[in-house]
Ligand binder design. Structure first.
Ligand SMILES: [Zn+2]
Length: 288
């Protein structure tokens, strides 16, 4: 199946009350693990690529070619969107040119008028090419690939304005943070989320920083319109722990245990496990 925009899969999720996971990819093993988990779960999935990860994987063209070829050879039948995560204006355009099926333009650090103007321009460019667009209001806390957010709580009126521009999905800061949550974290601002869900005309909402949000809070957020949840750090930690376990057990010193295909395999399996767990939590298995 070719890549699809995130539009239909997210509108369906919003209507039926579950969420589709966005899992960020970092290399070939990562991509193969997420695609394999999605196929086994018969779940739609979004592959997230930050600008930094795009650079690491030798550019958006390389990423797009790798994902497309892999989907064909692995016989992936579930809907897959290849999505730019927290993109600048230029990166969003570059990803569309490179064959991505979805982009996020993160204008949350601009004054609202500028965010609106730039989001509008990306929507016009993406729309005629059938590409879905995610916009953001109120920056997400923490640091992700050099993009640092203050962790604001979005203004529902600004959300309404941005949501009305023809975007596909809206990310709104509601106290969520990239990376690990601090001990004294106050939790998601459900009051504001509820209000945003009511003022944005059933548009799918996006929850960034999905690592470490308690399960009950995830379920509540989905009930208020969250239809896409981004997971990144959790896969990274699981991958690192699994590879660490392999090396600490000296398995790389036995026979051909140093073979990278063996050395990284526990990490690959750990990602599959995390992705499947998350999909079950989000309610997306069987929704392909
Ligand atoms: Zn994010």
């Amino acid at each position: 199946m070719p890549l699809v925009s995130a539009k239909d899969m997210l509108n369906k999720a919003r209507k039926e009350g579950y969420a589709v996971g966005q899992f960020n990819i970092n290399n070939l093993e990562w991509t193969k693990a997420v695609l394999t988990a999605a196929e086994e779960m018969q779940s739609p999935v979004i592959l997230g690529v930050s600008e930094g990860a795009g650079k690491y994987m030798v550019g958006f063209n390389t990423v797009s070619a790798m994902v497309k070829a892999m989907m064909e050879t692995l016989n992936i039948t579930v809907p897959v969107a290849l999505h730019l995560d927290h993109g600048s204006f230029d990166a969003a355009k570059a990803c569309i040119e490179a064959g991505f099926s979805s982009v996020m333009f993160d204008g949350s650090h601009y004054p609202i008028d500028e965010n609106i103007a730039k989001t509008k321009e990306i929507v016009a460019y993406a729309e005629e090419r059938g590409i879905s667009v995610e916009a953001e209001v109120g920056s997400i806390g923490g640091e992700e690939d050099g993009v640092t957010g203050e962790g604001e709580v979005a203004d529902p009126e600004e959300c309404r304005q941005i949501a009305s521009l023809g975007i596909t999905m809206l990310a709104a800061g509601i106290g969520n943070i990239h990376g690990k949550y601090p001990e004294n974290w106050q939790g998601l601002d459900m009051e504001v989320l509820k209000e945003i869900g009511e003022t944005t005309d059933k548009i799918p909402l996006v929850l960034h920083g999905g690592t470490g949000i308690p399960d009950a809070m995830v379920a509540e957020a989905i009930s208020y319109g969250v239809s896409k949840i981004n997971v990144n750090t959790e896969c990274q930690i699981a991958f690192a722990e699994a590879v660490r376990g392999y090396i600490e057990a000296d398995k790389d010193k036995v026979g051909k245990g140093f073979d990278p295909r063996k050395l990284l395999h526990p990490g690959y399996e750990a990602i599959i496990r995390v992705v499947k767990e998350k999909m079950k939590l989000f309610g997306s298995p069987g929704k392909a």
